[in-house]
Design a protein around this ligand. Structure first.
Ligand code: 2U9
Length: 340
């Protein structure tokens, strides 16, 4: 009689366990089967009235029923846990190839990248990185740089003059004049920054562009020193050994003045469209600082002299990143900027 009830209880509870759709239903099935007041417990209570032999047999039958039920409960619990995990995985599944939600990582502007390279390079060569006002006075942008009043650079077509007589700096040289006044010789400094010229804008001309100028003032500074520093700088920028040559060039603020060319890195000097078959690509202007410029800023040219150079950061960025239209650089177009 007890056997049947145990068999019946077992199969009913196993069925209830199998059909449990939720952990709560499973718990209810467990309580019904294994609870203190559950079916097996009830059956157990009646064992006292049995003969020892019978009790032993029923006891075994109860234990095997309990084991089966506990295994069924564990298996079902496992299924629920599995299903819950899959549910969470499905719910929380993220496409790791997608960009992370929230603010996208920004991009450094190509000109910023190149400017920072120069700043690190020259800082490692003992140069101070200077900055200065973009709205400048006529004195610092022209007079102090030996650019006479009659010099065409002062004309409207080149310079943005402001009411009150100031202007938008046409080069970062005024920063170096302020540096000479503040630091005094000996000195090594570079002045990267934004400059403005009243240019008609097209694929290779912008009214706003970035320059980097630099100078070193000390005793007996030679053109050889100048060439050494320019080779070191360009080798670092182009990340390969470069061959340079100097050609005479005129700038009011240096004497002698030079244009510095690099042997074409594409054709190795044999001639190609990039170097217009010349084998050389002009990189920058440079020279020994004009004694008038030193004197104007209170530096005695009898005791001190120096070299100076200037290059177009915008132009270098266009070469480095093969940008064919200068207007992209100030376009603010994310499609362009996100490439860098
Ligand atoms: C002081 C003394 C001398 C800086 C120099 C150049 C030559 C030069 C151009 C390069 C490309 C401007 O952006 S660009 O068009 N600059 O070629 N710059 S020597 O000479 C100085 C500067 C400051 C006090």
């Amino acid at each position: 009689m007890l056997d049947e009830s145990i068999r019946e209880l077992e199969s009913r509870c196993l069925a209830r366990i199998a059909s449990a759709a939720t952990p709560e239903e499973l718990e209810a099935a467990r309580v019904e089967a294994l609870g203190r007041k559950g079916g097996l417990a009830q059956t157990g209570k009646d064992m006292g009235k049995l003969a020892p032999e019978e009790r032993k047999r029923i006891g075994q039958s109860l234990n095997s029923a309990r084991e089966k039920l506990e295994q069924a409960l564990e298996a079902k619990k496992g299924q629920f846990a599995e299903a819950a995990l899959r549910g969470r995985l499905d719910a929380e599944w993220i496409d790791l190839t997608l960009p992370p939600p929230g603010p996208h990582r920004g991009h450094l502007h190509p000109i910023t990248r190149i400017q920072r390279e120069f700043e690190e390079l020259f800082a490692s060569l003992g140069f101070t990185v200077l900055d200065g006002p973009e709205v400048e006075t006529e004195y610092y942008n022209f007079d102090a740089l030996n650019i006479p009043a009659s010099h065409p650079a002062r004309d409207m077509q080149d310079t943005f003059w402001l009411h009150g007589g100031n202007l938008l700096r046409t080069h970062t040289s005024p920063v170096q004049v302020r540096g000479m006044e503040r630091l005094g010789p000996p000195l090594r400094m570079i002045a990267p920054g934004r400059t403005f010229r009243n240019e008609s804008v097209d694929a290779s001309h912008e009214h706003t562009f970035y320059q980097l100028e630099g100078m070193m003032i000390d005793r007996q500074v030679s053109v050889a020193n100048l060439i050494h520093f320019m080779k070191a700088m360009l080798t670092a920028v182009f990340r390969r050994e470069v061959i340079v040559r100097l050609r005479p060039g005129f700038f009011p603020f240096v004497e002698p003045g030079f244009e510095l060319d690099v042997q074409c890195l594409l054709c190795g000097g044999s001639g190609c469209p990039v170097c217009k078959q010349s084998g050389w690509v002009e990189q920058l202007g440079c020279g020994l600082v004009h004694p008038n410029v030193l004197r104007t800023s209170g530096i005695d040219p009898e005791e001190w002299n120096g070299f100076a150079f200037g290059l177009g950061l915008t132009r270098l960025a266009m070469m480095r990143y093969e940008i064919d239209d200068i207007r992209w650089l100030q376009s603010g177009d994310l499609r362009f900027l996100e490439q860098f």
